[in-house]
Design a protein around this ligand. Structure first.
Ligand SMILES: [Zn+2]
Length: 246
């Protein structure tokens, strides 16, 4: 699609499961120029087009379900932080700088999801909420689906303050497992571990959950980081979709 480096995980190996995916890097994002709210033709000819769709993200917990083929003139004007689709050839994408991109694939029910989880969305439960929606709408099977937690601000660098700490302590009895180095109203939050714990508590075996343990703040060469840069220079694009029909 774009000749620039992306990160992939073995759990979604395409030959085995009929799915394609990537976690983007800064060079990839710069080359891609993704428009939000409008499907972008990703590859293929006009008969069997494949699409890449990203929408406006609002740090909420709602999901956009794409359950029909996309067309050139489709526009999605709302805001959603998760996208779910069962449509072959439609890749759903999220954009992140330090937030966590989470990709989900159920090979048996043939449904995928891309989720944008910052601390707000994660604490509000966007990941388990999206899994519940995949079960309700597409009969997704918790015993077969895979979840991959992508590159994001790591516990090495991601310092949060009192309002975030209060939320985390209030909502999760296991908060101590995801907060490090408490001092003067600050601590470092392990957002990836928080999401992993939610996913496993929801009923997904730990072996089906992979994490890409690289930090967007540490790895300047690979990633944009809102925290490090102090402003939005760019966002990485991460996406997943079922292979187009042949
Ligand atoms: Zn770091």
């Amino acid at each position: 699609m774009v000749n620039a480096p992306v990160i992939t995980v073995p759990a979604f190996a395409p030959a085995r499961s009929g799915v394609r995916h990537f976690f983007g890097t800064r060079r990839h994002a710069t080359a891609l120029c993704l428009e939000t709210g409008a499907p972008m033709r990703a590859a293929g000819n006009s008969v069997r087009a494949s699409w890449l769709l990203s929408v406006k993200q609002v740090h909420g917990t709602d999901a956009l379900v794409v359950d029909r083929p996309l067309a050139e003139d489709d526009r999605f004007d709302g805001g959603w932080d998760a996208l779910v689709t069962d449509q072959p050839g439609t890749m759903v994408a999220v954009r992140t700088a330090d937030c966590v991109p989470v990709l989900v694939h159920d090979a048996r029910r043939r449904v995928v999801a891309a989720i944008h989880a910052g601390w707000r969305g994660a604490v509000a439960g966007i990941v388990p909420k999206t899994l519940a929606l995949m079960q309700a709408r597409f009969n997704a099977d918790l015993g077969t689906l895979h979840v991959s937690i992508g590159p994001s601000a790591g516990v090495c660098c991601y310092e949060v303050d009192e309002p975030v700490l209060d939320e985390v302590r209030e909502r999760f009895s296991w908060w101590e497992a995801v907060l490090r180095d408490h001092r003067e109203g600050k601590a470092r939050l392990d957002l990836k571990a928080l999401i992993r714990r939610q996913v496993q508590d929801y009923g997904i075996d730990g072996e089906r959950v992979t994490s890409v343990n690289v930090c967007t703040i540490c790895h300047k060469d690979l990633f944009f980081s809102y925290r490090r840069e102090g402003k939005v220079l760019g966002t990485m694009v991460s996406a997943i979709g079922l292979d187009p029909l042949r």
